[in-house]
Write a protein that binds this ligand. Structure first.
Ligand SMILES: O=C(O)c1ccccc1NCC(=O)[C@H](O)[C@H](O)COP(=O)(O)O
Length: 262
């Protein structure tokens, strides 16, 4: 079974279990549910095509264990003080090792816009995202039919959440040209093979609407790659492993910032 199919099968069971534990009405009672979102897209646009979305993750299917005992509070504060435009916080336990408390701790520690990084299949998860203080969510084109993505994107917007659509193929981009997303990502990593190909993303970037806020996702391991993607129309860069594989992710971000703003 391919990794996204495995994740989807597991997530569907997880969602049913979570619904048994907390109803949508109960989620809506959370203090954070009614908070005004921070504008994720505006933060990306404020960084002159050098916007880094720094990710907090402990492990991944492609890389295995990366930083299992990472301290979310100190890392996200370090990301904030070193100029991240926004943060992506992994929220999946089974495949990415996220702790139930990671997102809440990140929310309580920084004033940056936060992407709740999970595998969204159901409206319930959108209410959950809002209730834990997310500003944006991810929808993965490969995981759901086109119409379902549209419905979830509309519902996310009704809740005040911005939407990052993740694509990887030409067809996925063409399928979604007529839906409103706040940001459109192209994943440099093929999630079937885990192969990273920056040139693939650069070639596809031309297919995105001119006004789309374009995010290059995954596999970025140096400043030159980031700058090449920026020169080809990407404004935001979702980077996780490059930071999290080090003992001090925030210092790694600081060094990268020095290189890209030189
Ligand atoms: O990274 C994986 O192994 C993976 C597998 C299956 C679904 C999603 C996966 N990654 C999630 C991500 O989107 C990345 O964490 C994110 O783009 C950052 O990538 P990187 O800079 O390579 O850590």
């Amino acid at each position: 079974m391919k990794i996204l199919e495995k994740i989807k099968a597991h997530k569907l069971i997880e969602i049913q279990q979570r619904k048994q534990i907390k109803s949508i009405e109960q989620l809506k009672l959370s203090e954070l549910y009614n908070r005004a979102s921070i504008d994720f897209k505006a933060s990306i646009l404020s960084k002159n095509n050098r916007a880094i979305i720094a990710e907090f993750k402990r492990q991944s299917p492609s890389k295995g264990v990366i930083h299992p005992d990472a301290d979310v509070i100190s890392i996200v504060k370090g990301y904030e003080s070193n100029g991240a435009a926004a943060l992506s916080i992994l929220n999946d336990n089974h495949f990415f090792g996220a702790l139930e408390t990671d997102f809440a701790n990140a929310r309580a520690s920084v004033n940056l816009p936060l992407l709740q990084k999970d595998f969204i299949l159901d409206e319930y998860q959108l209410v959950e995202a809002k209730a834990i203080g997310a500003d944006a969510i991810l929808l993965i084109a490969k995981m759901l039919p086109v119409e379902r993505i549209k419905v979830l994107a509309n519902y996310a917007h009704q809740l005040g959440l911005q939407v990052l659509l993740e694509t990887h193929t030409e067809q996925e981009i063409l399928d979604h040209l007529h839906t409103e997303f706040d940001l459109i990502g192209i994943n440099n990593r093929d999630l079937n093979t885990f192969e990273v190909n920056i040139q693939h993303s650069i070639a596809l970037a031309n297919l995105l609407p001119q006004q789309a806020v374009k995010i290059a996702e995954s596999g970025i391991q140096d400043a030159n790659t980031l700058l090449e993607l920026a020169n080809n129309g990407f404004s935001g860069f979702l980077m996780g492993e490059y930071f999290m594989k080090t003992a001090n992710p925030a210092e790694q971000l600081k060094a990268l910032q020095q290189e890209i703003w030189r």
